[in-house]
Design a protein around this ligand. Structure first.
Ligand code: PNS
Length: 164
C-alpha cells in the first residue's frame, strides 16, 4: 500500500446537491487526507441541473475546504478512481434499500478494480431522510426545499424556475 496521502472519491449525480451530500462529504473529509467530490453521469437518470451547474454549486459549497476538490467525469467510476490514485469510493447509506442499490455496483467495481474499495457511511440523523429525488418532487409540486439543500442550491434553483 502506498504511503502517500489517502484519497477518497465521493461520486454521485448530485442533482441537486443536498444537505445529506454535504454531511457525507464532510464526514469523508474527516477520514481521508483528500476528498474528490465527482459529479458523474448516471445513465439511468435524466437530470435537472447540467453537469456545469452541479459542479459550480458543489464548488461554492465546498470551496473553503482545502482538502475537498470538486470534479466531473463521464465514464467508468473505477477508471476515474484509479486515475486519481484513490483507495476508496465513499457512498452514503440511508437504508437497506440503499444497500441493495449499492451492492451490485460495489461488487462490479471491486471486480474491475481490486485496488479500490467502497466505504459506506451513515448520515447524521438530521439529514438521514433527504434524497435528491424527493427534494426535486417537493419543488416541482410547489413545496419549499429550504430545509434540505444548501442556500446556494436553492438560489440557483429559484433562478432556473424563473428562467434566469
Ligand atoms: O447519485 P447516484 O445517481 O446514486 O450515483 C450513481 C453513480 C453516478 C455513482 C453511478 O451511477 C456510477 O458510478 N456511474 C458511473 C458509471 C459507472 O462506473 N458505471 C458502472 C457501475 S458498476
Amino acid at each position: 500500500m502506498s504511503g502517500g496521502p489517502s484519497v477518497a472519491i465521493c461520486p454521485g449525480s448530485f442533482d441537486p446537491l443536498t444537505n445529506g451530500h454535504v454531511d457525507l462529504v464532510l464526514r469523508s473529509a474527516a477520514l481521508f487526507d483528500r476528498v474528490v467530490v465527482t459529479v458523474m453521469v448516471n445513465t439511468g437518470k435524466r437530470t435537472l441541473f447540467t453537469i456545469d451547474e452541479r459542479v459550480g454549486l458543489a464548488r461554492t459549497v465546498f470551496g473553503s475546504q482545502a482538502s475537498i476538490e470538486v470534479d466531473a467525469f463521464d465514464g467508468l467510476l473505477v477508471d476515474y478512481a484509479r486515475r486519481r490514485g484513490a483507495r476508496a469510493i465513499v457512498r452514503g447509506l440511508r437504508s437497506g434499500i440503499d444497500l441493495e442499490y449499492e451492492r451490485p455496483m460495489v461488487l462490479m467495481n471491486r471486480r474491475m478494480a481490486p485496488g479500490v474499495d467502497t466505504v459506506f457511511l451513515l448520515p447524521g440523523p438530521e439529514v438521514a431522510h433527504i434524497s435528491s429525488t424527493l427534494v426535486r418532487e417537493i419543488v416541482q409540486l410547489g413545496g419549499d426545499a429550504g430545509p434540505f439543500v444548501p442556500a446556494v442550491v436553492l438560489d440557483r434553483w429559484r433562478a432556473k424556475l424563473e428562467g434566469r
